[in-house]
Design a protein around this ligand. Structure first.
Ligand code: PLP
Length: 341
C-alpha cells in the first residue's frame, strides 16, 4: 500500500498503560472502554484488539454499525444508543443494546428480549429511563447485565456529582442487573463512591487529562505530516489565504500535507506548532483545507519529503485551540494512515 503523506502515530504501550492506570484507579470495579466514534478517532479496531489483549472485557460504542464492525473480535460490546426498529434484524448475539427509553424496552421485549443493558437518567436529560419508571416496574423481568447512568460534570467539583451518585445508588437491588456502572474518565477520579461495579473511561485512555488523578496519563496519538515543499519567503511577503501573516524578515517555510479537512482546524492558524527533534516550528497564517505552512528557520536540515510532528498533547492543545480534548481526537480525518507502534 502506498503510504499517505499524513499519518497518526499511535503509541500502543501508552494506550495499554493508560487503561491499566484507570483500571487501578477503579479499585474493585472492572474497567471497560468507550470506543465510540471510531475509538475517538484513533481506529476502534486497533484500540479494541490492544485493550482486549490487556484484559479489558467491556466495550461501548454509540451505534449498531459501529458494533457490527467490531463483532468478529468476540468481545463484549454494548450499544449506547439503544435499539431502533431498524437495528433488530440480523443482530450478532454478543452485542447488547443499552436500552434508554420505555419504547426501547417494549421493542426489546417484543423482539424476544435477551441480555441487555439499561441507561437510567440521573440528571443528564439526554438518554435514559427515569428512576421513577424503574420504581414503577418498567424493567421488571428484563434480563439486565449492566445498569448504567452517566455523569453530567465529572470534570468539575459540583454538587450534581453527589446527587447523581445518590440517585443511582438508590437503584441497587431494584432490578435484575448483575452490575452497575456510572463513571467515565473524570468520574473514575472522583473516588470509590463513584466506581460501582464497572467503569467506562474513554478520553483518558487516549491521552485526555481532566483531573489530578489523570496525572500519569500519557499521550497516545501524534499527527505527523510530510513536507510537500520548502520555500524562502521574503520580508514583507504574506503566506496563505487572506494574507493574514506577513513575513517580518526573510523566512524559511515548509508546506505540510495537513489541513482543516483532516481535523487540523482553522483555530490553529498562527497558533499551532510542529516539531522536528527539539526544534519548535510555529504555524504561519491560515490553515487551508489540505495545507499548513510552518516556520522552519529553526530546522535548516528539513526538506521536501521529511516528516514533521504536530504538537498534540491534549490538555495543552485544547488550551491553544479552544477545542475540547474530545474534539481534537474525534475530528482527525480519514486521510491519516493510523500506525500503531
Ligand atoms: C462517551 C461515554 C463514556 C466515556 O466518557 P469519557 O468522558 O470519554 O471518559 C462513558 N459513558 C457513556 C455513556 C458515554 O457516552
Amino acid at each position: 500500500m502506498i503510504p499517505s503523506p499524513l499519518r497518526l502515530r499511535l503509541d500502543a504501550a501508552a494506550l495499554v498503560a493508560n487503561w491499566r492506570l484507570l483500571d487501578g484507579l477503579s479499585g474493585r470495579a472492572a474497567c471497560g472502554a468507550a470506543v465510540k466514534a471510531n475509538g475517538y478517532g484513533l481506529g476502534a479496531r486497533g484500540v479494541v484488539e490492544r485493550l482486549a489483549a490487556a484484559g479489558c472485557r467491556d466495550f461501548f460504542v454509540a451505534t449498531w454499525s459501529e458494533a457490527r464492525a467490531l463483532a468478529d473480535l468476540g468481545v463484549g460490546l454494548s450499544v449506547l444508543h439503544g435499539i431502533r426498529a431498524e437495528d433488530l434484524a440480523d443482530r450478532p448475539p454478543q452485542l447488547r443494546p443499552v436500552l434508554a427509553s420505555a419504547e426501547q424496552v417494549r421493542r426489546w421485549r417484543e423482539a424476544g428480549g435477551g441480555n441487555c443493558d439499561v441507561m437510567v437518567d440521573t440528571g443528564m436529560n439526554r438518554l435514559g429511563v427515569s428512576p421513577e419508571q424503574v420504581a414503577q416496574g418498567l424493567l421488571d423481568g428484563l434480563a439486565i447485565d449492566t445498569l448504567l447512568s452517566h455523569l453530567v460534570s465529572a470534570e468539575e467539583d459540583v454538587p450534581l456529582n453527589g446527587r447523581q451518585r445518590d440517585r443511582f445508588a438508590a437503584l441497587a437491588g431494584r432490578t435484575s442487573a448483575r452490575r452497575m456502572s456510572l463513571a467515565n474518565s473524570a468520574g473514575i477520579a472522583l473516588g470509590p463512591d463513584y466506581h460501582f461495579d464497572l467503569t467506562r473511561p474513554g478520553i483518558a485512555l487516549y491521552g485526555g487529562r481532566y483531573r489530578d488523578g489523570h496525572a500519569g496519563i500519557r499521550q497516545v496519538a501524534t499527527p505527523e505530516a510530510q513536507i510537500l515543499q520548502r520555500r524562502r519567503v521574503a520580508a514583507g511577503e504574506t503566506i496563505g489565504y487572506n494574507a493574514t501573516f506577513t513575513a517580518p524578515r526573510d523566512m524559511e517555510v515548509a508546506i505540510l500535507n495537513l489541513g482543516y479537512a483532516d481535523g487540523y482546524l482553522r483555530c490553529f492558524s498562527d497558533r499551532g506548532r510542529g516539531r522536528a527533534g527539539d526544534a519548535v516550528l510555529p504555524v504561519l497564517g491560515r490553515i487551508s483545507m489540505d495545507l499548513t505552512a510552518l516556520s522552519v528557520d529553526a530546522a535548516p536540515h528539513l526538506s521536501e519529503g521529511d516528516w514533521v510532528a504536530i504538537d498534540y498533547d491534549l490538555p495543552e492543545t485544547a488550551a491553544v485551540s479552544g477545542l475540547s480534548q474530545y474534539e481534537l481526537l474525534t475530528g482527525l480525518g480519514a486521510r491519516f494512515d493510523r500506525i500503531w507502534e
